[in-house]
Each structure stands twice: as C-alpha cells, then as structure tokens.
Design a protein around this ligand. Structure first.
Ligand code: URA
Length: 284
C-alpha cells in the first residue's frame, strides 16, 4: 500500500475514533453480538434470471425506530466461517445447496461473458450465520487474483469501517458481491451480467439468513432494490428487502476518492449499529 493510501485510511479512522472518544461507544455499546443471535428464517424465493434483484420502489426508508417499509425484491431473497473456501454447512435447503456447493457452481459458471476474463471467481466469505451480509458490486483486480472479496485498498477500508462498529468477516459478517467475476477494467457490471449472477446471491441469502444486508454503493443497492435513485439519496436509510432490512451506504472506494463522504458514512455506520443493538436487545 502506498503512503497516500495509508493516509486516506488513517484519516477515516481518525474520524471514527473521534466519534468513539466523544462517547458514542461508551454510551451505546452495551451489547456484544455473537453469531448465534442471527437467523430469523427467511423464506427463499428463486429469482427469475432476467428479473431485477427487488421489485417495487424503495419508498422504503424506515428509520431505526420505525417499522420497516417493504420495498419488494429485485435480487430475489428467498449462518461459522465458510464461503468459497471452507467448511461444510448443514443448511442444504430446497435445492439451494450449501455455501460450498454455491461456490463450486460459481467457480464453473459460464453464464455471462465475465467468466472468460476471470482469474478466479469470488463467491464471498465470512461466517455462515451472519448478523450482517455486506454486498459489494463485484471483484476488482486484487479480488480476481486472490478469489477473496474486498481485499484491496477499498476492502481494507471496509474492514476498518466494519470494525468500528464491532463487525468483521471473521466474527459476524459475510461479504459477497452482486457479480462474482471481475468486470474488465473495473467497469460497472452490465444489467445482463447482474441478472445472470443473481441466482447465486439469491441462494447465498437464503442460506445465510442475515439479519441485515449492508449494500456498499450504488451498483449493489440498485441491483438489490428496483430503483434508479442515487446512492446520495438512498444511503443511511433502511429499506425492507423481503423481510430483511437493507441498508445502503457509500462504497468504500468512493470514500477513498472523496473524503467529504467520510462523515456521512460514519453517521450511517452509527445508525446501523443502533439498529443492530435494537435487534439484539429485543430479540427481533
Ligand atoms: N469492490 C467491490 O464492490 N467488491 C469487491 O469485492 C472489491 C471491491
């Protein structure tokens, strides 16, 4: 990592620690989340391959203490460390398969042109009963090389952002992407590519049963929720996505390019943290 990259991450962390030191953590962190708090079962629905991932507009926007507003679902939505690379899961439901089976299917998928240029497919990784499922848009160069999600500069920042609210891929998150193969030159995935890959994310969500979905950036949010609304308008507001609260935030790479997004993003992370605490406190 270059000095400039390290500096950018350090700047974000300074902002986070300023909030933490000013009392947020000591006043609100009364609860440690554990893996076994996840998992209200969610009914799996199979996505039509060409369908957008949610189906109605996200008039959405339920604040943490408000009831959810349903947004419908576009990637159709029908928990131990696994992913593309690990232990077996007992959640083999209704033809959805295990996380390992999904990863194997992804590794041999040729449903869209992205397969032709991949080095490795990137199925995702994290705990198998996550409190939070983080969804990004698609692998970049580092992810394509390693077969792991969010391991480049943006990924390192994502890890820091998650850690600031006691989340991590090792402890209580699963990290996946809308498309599992790298789009050339890191361009946005095309709608046909998102549609071709959607059944994999649908199966992952059905197995993982996350309590909250955290969408990183416009592409992932618009793929999950049928909207053309901007991430500027959508970030920081909960949208109900087939009974799972979905929370859009700015993509970490956007923060690396525009430091003015750090403060609103930290506010969003605090909002998310409060929601997670409420889920735990009320055993929702
Ligand atoms: N950006 C993403 O959206 N996903 C990754 O896995 C890496 C970078």
């Amino acid at each position: 990592m270059t000095i400039e990259q390290k500096t950018r991450i350090a700047e974000f962390l300074d902002l986070a620690s300023a909030y933490l030191c000013s009392g947020y953590k000591s006043q609100t962190m009364t609860h440690q989340f554990t893996d076994d708090e996840s998992a209200v079962p969610v009914v799996a629905e199979q996505a039509a391959p060409q369908a957008p991932l949610l189906e109605s507009q996200p008039k959405a926007i339920a604040q943490p203490d408000e009831p959810h507003v349903t947004a419908g679902n576009a990637i159709s939505i029908s928990n131990n460390v696994v992913a593309g690379n690990g232990e077996s899961s007992s959640n083999d439901e209704a033809g959805i398969g295990t996380l390992e089976a999904i990863a194997a299917d992804i590794a041999t998928c040729a449903a869209c042109p992205l397969h032709a240029t991949r080095t490795n497919a990137v199925p995702g990784e994290g705990v198998s009963a996550p409190l939070v499922l983080v969804i990004g848009e698609g692998p970049g160069e580092n992810e394509d090389k390693s077969g792991r999600p969010f391991v480049g500069e943006a990924g390192q920042l994502l890890d820091k952002m998650l850690a600031s609210i006691d989340l991590s891929r090792e402890k209580n998150c699963f990290i996946a992407n809308v498309v599992k193969c790298r789009p050339p030159h890191n361009r946005d995935p095309f709608p046909e590519e998102i549609a071709a890959c959607a059944p994999f994310l649908t199966r992952q969500i059905a197995l993982l049963k996350p309590r909250v979905i955290l969408c990183a950036g416009r592409v992932a949010t618009q793929a999950m929720v049928k909207t053309t609304n901007s991430i500027k308008n959508l970030h920081g507001h909960f949208i109900e996505c087939a009974k799972i609260p979905l929370f859009p935030m700015y993509h970490p790479s956007a923060l690396l390019h525009d430091s003015s997004l750090k403060r609103p993003t930290w506010d969003d992370l605090k909002t998310l943290r409060i929601r997670l605490e409420k889920l735990a406190a009320f055993k929702i």
